[in-house]
Ligand binder design. Structure first.
Ligand SMILES: [Zn+2]
Length: 128
C-alpha cells in the first residue's frame, strides 16, 4: 500500500490556532508600540524645534528693555510704553499698571512703536 501523499492545506489543531492567534496579537502589540514611539518622537522633535526657535529669539533679546503694552479694551494698541520711565498714559490719574502687560521690547518692536511721551533711558553700553 503506497504512502498517502498529503493534498491541500495543512490542517491545524485547536492548539495551533490558539498559538498563532497569540503570536499575531503579540506582533500587533509590538507594531502598536512602535507606532506610538514614532508619534511620541515626532511630537518631541516638534516641541524641541519650537523651543529652540524661542530660545534663539530670546537670546537675541537678552539686553532688551522691559516695556508695557496696554491689555484693556479700547482704541487699537499702536504703541508700547517704557517700564522704567512710563508716561501719564500709564501712571496718570485713574490709570492702573494692571492694564498693561510686561513684554520685552523685541517681542513688540515689529508691530508697535515706542511711545513718544515716555522717558526712554539711553541704551546700556555693552562692555567688551
Ligand atoms: Zn508712554
Amino acid at each position: 500500500m503506497p504512502d498517502e501523499v498529503p493534498t491541500g492545506a495543512i490542517e491545524l489543531g485547536l492548539w495551533d490556532e490558539r498559538m498563532f492567534d497569540v503570536v499575531r496579537q503579540r506582533d500587533a502589540a509590538y507594531q502598536s508600540y512602535l507606532f506610538m514611539v514614532d508619534m511620541a518622537r515626532e511630537s518631541l522633535n516638534g516641541a524641541l524645534a519650537k523651543l529652540g526657535e524661542q530660545r534663539e529669539s530670546l537670546a537675541s533679546m537678552r539686553d532688551d528693555r522691559v516695556v508695557l503694552v496696554r491689555n484693556t479694551q479700547g482704541p487699537e494698541v499702536t504703541t508700547y510704553h517704557s517700564a522704567d520711565g512710563p508716561c501719564g498714559r500709564v501712571i496718570g490719574k485713574s490709570r492702573r499698571l494692571s492694564s498693561f502687560d510686561r513684554k520685552l521690547e523685541g517681542e513688540v518692536r515689529s508691530r508697535l512703536s515706542r511711545c513718544g511721551a515716555c522717558h526712554w533711558p539711553p541704551p546700556v553700553p555693552v562692555l567688551g
